[in-house]
Design a protein around this ligand. Structure first.
Ligand SMILES: [Zn+2]
Length: 571
């Protein structure tokens, strides 16, 4: 955190050291409270930011929050209570139901022979556990019909170890039929270093219970078992997995909390994040961080004791990980209000510092003004507003349903994915991975943005905000700005790009990551000169979208932008 000269309480706190932690916020405010609520909010977000306190409770006291689980319901109830304690009008809204309630219990696994050690593994959500501790030998899944017949009796009661290459569909069916008649102890397969969570919440109970326990081992543990079996060494494992399943239906809820506006109570600025998580760890990065920036923004704004001009609505969605179920449900239930939603701010990118927003020309001046106090507040965590041709819809979080059919301007905060991509949805997503200063910064940005947007004289201007399809480069993914793989017959291949090329600049402007690259490609005219590095050499290439069917709309928007800027000159 950078110390600003005017940040008196913070400076005082730092000078006095930890002894100052005992001074309550109201006393500090009494000494140096700025009259302007926006300034007070900024000050408070530095001197008394409790985002990590919320996160500790959410992840350590409550834990992971799988949709439809008892843990989810506890978390939702706790969030309602927090909002109410801060003076907001909070309640739960049901958006759907699931056939089962699933809560993961303790799970243990170890190798008994040839050596003894604990195993790192995971099971899918909404799958059954073991009945007590189950100790059994391992057998390879058969690779041929002959092998299946020859070893028919070996599979009953054993841990079936899948090989990297699964048998063909016909043999898989024969194996399944045999295992149904003579059940194994369970099925083992190999994951990666990260065990990525998944699961089908809609499988009926009878079908779920008829399936064998499926265990995914961390890669190194799986590889050791495969090596032993391949060498003819007997392998014995023991697993005890206490998954709790209760037949439903189970109601699924969103948490909705309002700070009702004083001048435009039926206009909304929505601050959102998904409360549900996968249950392989603590759901800290994904999306405890978003929940707690939302909670803390609400607490900070409520503590100002000033009603915002338009209603600030805080929504914690359920079912995001199962396909945006909570936000889809919300936009259906609240369809009538969507024309009066000024903005939706969704935080779902983990703790990495929020870097700002991508907005359209007609919103730019308003959003830039709202975020201006944050631009250079923290030297290590700059916040910037960038202009784009239409709001971007990555389709992968709760902003997406709001953007569909241009129902409401919704934003996914710009954040780097570095580190986050290795942790979220895995056994590694714990509180310990979250940096306090980054998460506090995020809560500060969300609070300042939400309050600032709620205080504007008018709702954000939606002109030309409808998402435009992004210009396709013909590349299967980037690692930062390095091309993972060039697709056949795409524009990149036509321009001579190769796998591993590193993109340096677009029309002379340096690109530093995936976000700035996508922004640069999609801004301005259809012909782009792209400088790239290949080994030790740099070369210029041209990608040209002139024949793309979306270009007429892009150039029409560019024309309207020019006219708009003449009528609304930027300061
Ligand atoms: Zn998420």
């Amino acid at each position: 955190m950078t110390i600003r000269p005017q940040s008196f309480p913070l400076l005082l706190a730092l000078l006095l050291g930890s002894a100052c932690a005992g001074i309550s916020a109201p006393q500090e405010q009494a000494r140096s409270t700025p009259a302007n609520p926006a300034e007070r909010l900024l000050e408070l977000s530095q001197s008394d930011n409790r985002a990590m306190q919320h996160l500790r409770h959410l992840t350590k006291e409550i834990g992971p929050r799988l949709t439809g689980s008892e843990h989810y319901d506890r978390a939702a109830q706790w969030c309602v209570e927090q909002f109410r304690a801060w003076g907001l009008d909070a309640h739960l809204e049901t958006f759907g139901e699931l056939p089962l309630r699933f809560d993961r219990g303790p799970q243990r696994g170890r190798e008994i022979a040839p050596k003894t050690h604990d195993l790192v593994f995971q099971t899918r959500s909404w799958t059954r556990g073991t009945q007590g501790a189950v100790r059994a030998r391992c057998v390879f899944e058969p690779e041929s019909a002959e092998e299946l017949t020859a070893h028919e009796k070996d599979y009953a009661g054993a841990w079936i170890v899948r090989r990297a290459r699964r048998p063909r569909a016909e043999l898989r069916k024969a194996i399944e039929a045999l295992l149904e008649k003579t059940p194994p102890a369970g099925i083992l397969s190999g994951g990666g270093e990260q065990l990525v969570m998944s699961g089908n919440p809609r499988r009926p109970l009878a079908e779920l219970m008829a399936r064998p326990v499926e265990i995914v081992l961390r890669r190194d543990h799986y590889d050791e078992i495969v090596a032993s079996l391949s060498a003819g060494t007997a392998v014995e494992l023991e697993f005890e997995i206490e998954n709790h399943i209760v037949e439903g239906p189970v109601a699924c809820t969103n948490v909705v909390a309002d700070l009702v506006g004083s001048e435009f109570p039926d206009e909304y600025v929505i601050v959102g994040a998904h409360l549900d998580s996968w249950d392989g760890a603590e759901g800290a990065q994904d999306n405890g961080t978003g929940v707690c920036s939302t909670l803390e923004a609400a607490r900070l704004i409520a503590s100002l004791g000033v009603k915002p001009r338009r209603t600030l609505r805080f929504v914690l969605f359920g079912g995001e990980e199962q396909g945006l179920l909570g936000s889809e449900g919300y936009v259906k239930t609240h369809a009538q209000e969507l024309p009066r939603v000024s903005a939706v701010l969704v935080h779902d990118g983990g703790e990495n510092p929020i870097q700002g927003l991508d907005v359209t020309y007609a919103m730019y001046a308003d959003v830039a003004r709202v975020l201006a106090p944050l631009a250079a507040l923290d030297r290590d965590r700059p916040v910037a507003v960038h202009e784009v041709m239409g709001l971007l819809n990555s389709e992968d979080s709760d902003h997406a349903p709001f953007l569909h059919e241009a129902r409401a301007p919704a934003f996914f905060w710009n954040q780097s994915e570095t580190g986050y991509e290795l942790v979220h949805h895995t056994q590694l997503d714990t509180f310990a991975t979250v940096s306090g200063p980054d998460e506090e910064h995020n809560a500060r940005v969300v609070a300042v943005a939400a309050f600032g947007l709620a205080q504007l004289d008018h709702a954000l201007d939606r002109t030309d905000s409808e998402a435009l399809p992004t210009r396709k480069m013909g590349v299967a993914g980037f690692q930062d700005t390095a091309v993972r793989s060039v697709l056949p017959e795409g524009r990149a291949q036509q321009a001579g790009w190769q796998d591993g090329d590193v993109l340096l600049s677009v029309d002379g402007v340096a690109v530093s990551g995936r976000e700035s690259l996508v922004r640069a490609i999609n801004q301005g005219g259809p012909r782009k000169t792209i400088r790239l590095r290949r080994g030790a050499t740099e070369l210029d290439t041209v990608l040209d979208w002139s024949d793309d069917p979306d270009e007429p709309e892009r150039s029409a928007r560019a024309g309207r932008r020019e006219a708009w800027l003449k009528a609304h000159p930027r300061p």
